[in-house]
Write a protein that binds this ligand. Sequence first.
Ligand SMILES: [Zn+2]
Length: 164
Amino acid sequence: MPGQQSDAVSENLIIITVSSVRPAGQGGALKKTTARVLPAMGEASEFFWTSGADGKLRFLRCDACSYLIHPPTSYCPRCRGREGTPAEVSGRGTLYSFTVNHQPWDSAGDVYVIGLVEIDDQPDIRLMTNIVGMDPAQLRIGMPVEVVFEDHDPIYLPLFRPVG
Ligand SMILES: [Zn+2]
C-alpha cells in the first residue's frame, strides 16, 4: 500500500538535524535555533515514534515467532505471520558505525554525529540515529550505547548515548 511505503521512507529519514540562524531582532545578536524534520507518523509506526513518552524503546514483535519487525510492517519477514504487538526492549545497543557532520549546511556550524546502532535485543535491527552525550572525537565503533529520547511531544526521537 502507498501508505506503508511512505512509512518505510520516513524510517530512513528520521533523524535529520536542521539548524538555522535567525536574527533575534532589529540590530540584535543572531539567535541560533535548532529544529528537526520530524517523521510523519503512519498507522503502523505511530507506536514507535511515541514510545519514548515513558522512556521505553519498543519494536513490533511478531506474535507467532517473537521476531522484532522494524520498520513495522503488516507481516513478519521471518515467519510471514500477520499479527504483531509493540514490545518493550532494553534500549541498549552497539555503535555499529558513525560519521561526524562538520558541514555547516546553513551557516550555523553545528557538529553532530549520525550513527548506526545495532540493537542488543536483536542485532539485525540497526537504527540510523544521532549519537549524543560525548565528544565526537571520543566515539569508537563497537561502543555500548543506550537510548535517550528527545522530546518533541507527541513524538519522542530515539537517540543514543555511550553507556557509562
Ligand atoms: Zn514471525
